[in-house]
Every structure is written in structure tokens, then in C-alpha cells.
Design a protein around this ligand. Structure first.
Ligand code: NAD
Ligand code: TYD
Length: 353
């Protein structure tokens, strides 16, 4: 048997493929356009592994995707492909609409067409799992309950609005055409292969490079951190046992303010790789202009997936963040390769000189 993964050379998709192939013999067809965020180096350890087939394509290329589906006959498609960075969506929302909305629509069309031609038994067994975000629910005040699957969609950034639109399309393809879909909405991931434009890898990289650790606004915005491998295990669980047409929130039960996250990173780095002058990396923390429309707090209530599917995260923030810092210290060549070239243009545009 075979599954298709889209966006499998990005952060979460590549972790998902590595874990999948470590745990099973089922082959993965990885469809990825390789934007700035896609990096085949993440999958270098699979070189020569015949369970991984990489195809460079846009999810919106219905013809190529349709042909791949008919050739490989997957029993499932797991859709990670997206533009994923809020700050980039503020500078240039067009790519987000193109991939997250139009691309998802075209992918759904290709999948529907393939699925319609399957035998009844294969049709029933087929799954389209759409990976989405907690950001579609908008923002919480400090005293609000955490997001449940029943919360209203109130997206506030071009990124979250485009993901919300894609979730609605996925839902509609289930209700209208009967496509067997599952949707997961997860909180902020962190872990190996995280591109250093996001808070945690950016701050690890900047700390080690002697650069400022930029904290937007007052740094008291709260995110609910999920170790990427826990996210991958939750997706596998939903794929195995999720109820068709349902959505599942996935979170780490780890609400932390941004400033606390960065201070924790500094403390671990002080221990594992101290500065030559023995001054704490925390000295590099710099408060910068806030992100426009910055959501104040995200928190996931992950009781449904625990109650119905028996899934719980294995890592606490303390264990996951230590592993993550160690991974970055051990993989400085990977960091060096992804932070050369175009990355510098982004840093210049977002943070100035
Ligand atoms: P990422 O930016 O690291 O990777 C995205 C991947 O998609 C890249 O490999 C890129 O090349 C590929 N891609 C982009 N446009 C494409 C297109 N048109 N066709 C084919 N491939 C394309 O993102 P990530 O952090 O790995 O996120 C994966 C998914 O999880 C996204 O859907 C994102 O919205 C969702 N998500 C991420 C987080 C997080 O904390 N990173 C949290 C919640 C949800
Ligand atoms: P980010 O990693 O971009 O994820 P998201 O916006 O999807 O939550 O940002 C996490 C939090 O960290 C968010 O509140 C914005 C903040 N942040 C900073 O304070 N400084 C930075 O340089 C970045 C990239 C993010």
C-alpha cells in the first residue's frame, strides 16, 4: 500500500515521512513544489530508500497530481503543502491565496476525480487528511477557554484566513461529494528541521550567531507548543481511526508566553553551548516593533482526540525544547545551508539591518 504526502520536504511533512518510514513498510509519494521552505536535505537519510518517491510539483497542478494518483493508487493523501509563515503573509498574501486556497481546491478536484473511479471497497477505505492550524479560530483573551473543535472560525491574518478557506473547502467536499476527509487543527510545532524564520529556530540561530533575539511587542503573546513528533503521531492516529468529516484539535498542553520561550532557549544554550564571554544569551533579547494584527493567545483543548482516539502528546515543553536545542547544535551544517542565500533577503526585509 501507498500514501501520498504533499509538502513533505517542509518542516512537519519531512518529520512525518521520516517517522512514517521508520515505523512502516508502506511507501510514500512525496509531492512538493520546493518553495523557499521546502528542503530535500531534510530527507537526506532516505537516499536510496525505495519507500520514498519524491516528485517536484505544485499541488495545484491537477494534471500531474491526477496522473500520480492513478499511477501509484494511494489509499490516503495527507496534505501538508502550504505557505505557512504569518509574517510573510503580511508582506505578500498572494502566494497564500494561490497555494492554500486555490492549490487546495485543485488538489481536492484531482483527489475527487481519482476517488470517484475507485472500487467501492477502495472508496470506503480512502482518506484525505488535511493538516490545518489553530490560528483559524482567531485569538483568545487570558481568561477564555482553549479552542475546541466547535469554536467559530475567526481568522485574523492572511495566513490564517487562507487556511480557514481551505478547511471550508475540505469540509464542503465531504458534505457535497462524500469525499472521505479528516481535518486536524494543531498548535505551534517545534523540533528538528524547523526553518529559522519561525520564533524558536530563529532565536537559536541568532543566539549562536551573536545576533539580536527579536521579541515582537511586549513578548507576552501566548502560544501552545507541540513537539513535531507528537504532531506526527497524532496525524497517524487520526488517519487510522478518525471519524470521517470530523475535525480534531491537536495541542501540546504547553501554553507559554514568547518571552518565556526565548528565555528558556537562552538558559539551555547557556548550559549546552555557553558564550565565550560567559554572559547569558539572554543579553541578546531585543524588543522590536509588534506584528500587525498580532494574535494575543492561542490554546488548544485537545480533549476530543484524547477521549475518542486515545492520543496524548509524549513530550512536555521542557523535554521537547531540550531535544530541539540539542538537534540544532548537532546540525549546524543544515542550519548553515538553509540560512544562506534567499534567507538573508527575508531577514533584511523583516528585521532591517
Ligand atoms: P513549511 O512552510 O515548513 O513547509 C511547507 C511545504 O509545502 C514546503 O516544503 C513547500 O515547498 C511546500 N509547498 C508550498 N507550496 C506548495 C505548492 N503550491 N505545491 C506543493 N508544495 C508546496 O510548513 P510546515 O510548518 O511544515 O507546515 C505544514 C502544514 O502544517 C501547513 O499546512 C501548515 O499550515 C500546518 N501547520 C503548521 C504549524 C507549525 O507550527 N509549523 C502549525 C499548525 C499547522
Ligand atoms: P511564529 O513562530 O512566526 O509562529 P505563529 O505566528 O504561527 O504563531 O511566531 C510565534 C510567536 O512568536 C508569535 O507570537 C510571533 C512571535 N515572534 C516574535 O516575537 N519574534 C519573531 O522574530 C518571530 C518570528 C515571532
Amino acid at each position: 500500500m501507498t500514501i501520498v504526502v504533499t509538502g513533505g520536504a517542509g518542516f512537519i511533512g519531512s518529520n512525518f515521512i521520516l517517522d512514517w518510514l521508520a515505523l512502516s513498510d508502506e511507501a510514500v509519494i512525496n509531492i512538493d513544489k520546493l518553495t523557499y521552505a521546502g528542503n530535500l536535505e531534510n530527507l537526506q537519510s532516505l537516499t536510496g530508500h525505495n519507500g520514498h518517491v519524491f516528485v517536484r510539483s505544485d499541488i495545484g497542478d491537477t494534471e500531474t497530481v491526477g496522473e500520480l494518483l492513478r499511477t501509484h493508487k494511494p489509499r490516503a493523501v495527507v496534505n501538508f503543502a502550504a505557505e505557512s509563515h504569518v509574517d510573510r503573509s503580511i508582506h505578500g498574501p498572494a502566494d497564500f491565496i494561490e497555494t492554500n486556497v486555490v492549490g487546495t481546491f485543485r488538489l481536492l478536484e484531482a483527489v475527487k476525480s481519482y476517488w470517484t473511479e475507485l472500487s467501492d471497497a477502495d472508496k470506503q477505505a480512502f482518506r484525505f487528511l488535511h493538516v490545518s492550524t489553530d490560528e483559524v479560530y482567531g485569538t483568545l483573551s487570558p481568561t477564555d477557554d482553549a479552542f475546541r473543535e466547535t469554536n467559530r472560525y475567526e481568522p485574523n491574518s492572511p495566513y490564517s484566513a487562507s487556511k480557514a478557506a481551505s478547511d471550508h473547502l475540505v469540509r464542503a467536499y465531504h458534505h457535497t461529494y462524500g469525499l472521505p476527509v479528516l481535518t486536524t487543527n494543531c498548535s505551534n510545532n517545534y523540533g528538528p528541521y524547523h526553518f529559522p524564520e519561525k520564533l524558536i529556530p530563529l532565536c537559536i540561530h541568532n543566539a549562536l550567531s551573536g545576533k539580536p533575539l527579536p521579541i515582537y511587542g511586549d513578548g507576552q503573546q501566548i502560544r501552545d507548543w507541540l513537539y513535531v513528533k507528537d504532531h506526527c503521531s497524532a496525524i497517524r492516529r487520526v488517519l487510522d481511526a478518525g471519524q470521517l468529516g470530523e475535525t480534531y484539535n491537536i495541542g501540546g498542553w504547553n501554553e507559554k508566553a514568547n518571552l518565556e520561550v526565548v528565555e528558556t532557549l537562552c538558559t539551555i544554550l547557556d548550559e549546552l553551548s555557553p558564550r565565550k564571554d560567559r554572559v547569558s544569551y539572554a543579553q541578546q533579547i531585543t524588543f522590536v516593533k509588534d506584528r500587525p494584527g498580532h494574535d494575543r493567545r492561542y490554546a488548544i483543548d485537545a480533549t476530543k482526540i484524547e477521549r475518542e482516539l486515545g492520543w496524548k502528546p509524549a513530550e512536555t515543553f521542557e523535554t521537547g525544547i531540550r531535544k530541539t536545542v540539542q538537534w540544532y547544535l548537532d546540525n549546524q551544517t543544515w542550519v548553515g545551508n538553509v540560512t544562506s542565500g534567499a534567507y538573508q533577503n527575508w531577514v533584511g526585509q523583516q528585521y532591517g539591518a
